[in-house]
Design a protein around this ligand. Structure first.
Ligand code: UDP
Length: 337
């Protein structure tokens, strides 16, 4: 409750992997949720499950357009912006749309927050650090992004979105919070999103080739979805003066080869490992410095990789029994590396 009212949240991208977990966490906390999603990568069946709850409303819309704004209530307390295709395969499938989602979509949602006096949380990304020359990455590091490469539509879009959000904050037009999300995995990932965790687990379960891009020495740091959602909710609730950006991610870093070994051990799979070309601009190392999140939010991840992978393997095992429809026009077919 806030001032005697039930709290209300808009979650843009609420039918997606992280968005759907966030909607559920908010509903469980007694918040009324308006989920806005164009179902480009979000899933209709996730939404249907939530629509059983009277506190949940689904608005099928693209945040690049403004029509959805009229379908939202007059009083809103929180606007979470998670709208954007986020896996390299998916965000590169329609790069113009990806860039505009981050820039125009964020402006539309910031204006919504401004009009309703709501707090606004932007989910930015570790991709703003590009192929980092500073390791681990602190929020003060300005990054090493290629503004002309195939990842630029996502990286530059998110960088522009951060800049826009902080301009609104400085001008007192909206109270802003910015999270920089590092690689996240867990149940409800799509099997066809092309990410390393979903690819490796589905390949291991199928007994098909395990695809390692490059020599497998590149590193990532993987955060379990429940920990990520906890971080985002804490950031939205944070009452201090720092709008962010704040890194939210798991600082346990590993090579892709080490991840392959864990997945093979966990699934008992005998899939052979094949090496494919490393995609252009693929960051060599990535690991968050989460000192700021620890200090300001009292947050740190709690789920070990073994626990998280076990739950994710379980998810993909169940998914194989009941496969999802492929995202429109998306998939891994065009992933020539
Ligand atoms: N990767 C891989 N095999 C795959 C998919 C991805 O080796 O089947 C590598 C990819 O090149 C990158 C890392 O795994 O170095 C993480 O890729 P992902 O697409 O999950 O996320 P990114 O951090 O690159 O956005």
């Amino acid at each position: 409750m806030k001032n005697g009212h039930t709290r209300r949240a808009v979650v843009a991208g609420g039918a997606g992997f992280l968005g759907s977990h966030l909607c559920e966490a908010l509903l469980a906390d007694g918040v009324q949720v308006w989920c806005v999603d164009n179902l480009q990568t979000g899933q209709r069946r996730t939404v249907r499950r939530m629509e059983q709850n009277p506190d949940f409303t689904f608005v099928e819309a693209d945040v690049i357009e403004t029509g959805f704004l009229a379908r939202l209530p007059r009083r809103i307390d929180m606007v979470f912006n998670l709208a954007c295709a986020a896996s390299p395969v998916q965000y590169q499938a329609d790069p113009e749309h990806t860039l505009l989602t981050s820039v125009v979509g964020t402006r539309n949602l910031l204006r919504l927050a401004e009009q309703r006096g709501a707090r606004f949380l932007l989910t930015s990304t570790s991709e703003v650090y590009g192929d980092p020359e500073v390791h681990p990455q602190t929020e003060s590091y300005r990054g090493n992004v290629s503004c002309t490469g195939p990842r630029a539509c996502y990286d530059e879009g998110k960088r522009a979105a951060e800049s826009l959000a902080l301009d609104f904050h400085r001008a007192d037009r909206a109270e802003v919070r910015i999270a920089r999300i590092f690689n996240t995995y867990g149940p409800r990932m799509r099997a066809d999103d092309g990410r390393v965790v979903s690819n490796l687990i589905t390949q291991a379960l199928d007994g098909s080739d395990i695809t390692v891009y490059g020599d497998g020495s590149q590193t990532r740091s993987f955060c379990y979805v429940d920990d990520m959602i906890d971080g985002l909710v804490r950031l939205m609730r944070y009452e201090g003066a720092q709008p962010g950006p704040i890194n939210i991610g798991n600082p346990v870093e590993m090579t892709v080869t080490e991840l392959v070994e864990q997945v093979l051990a966990l699934t008992g799979s005998r899939s052979p490992v094949v090496h494919l070309a490393l995609p252009e601009d693929d960051p060599r190392r990535r690991r968050p410095d989460i000192g700021r999140a620890r200090e300001l939010l009292g947050w740190a991840p709690r789920t070990t990789l073994a626990e998280g992978l076990r739950a994710t393997v379980q998810w993909f095992t169940e998914l194989q029994a009941e496969p999802e429809p492929r995202a429109a026009g998306k998939g891994t077919d065009h992933l020539v590396v």
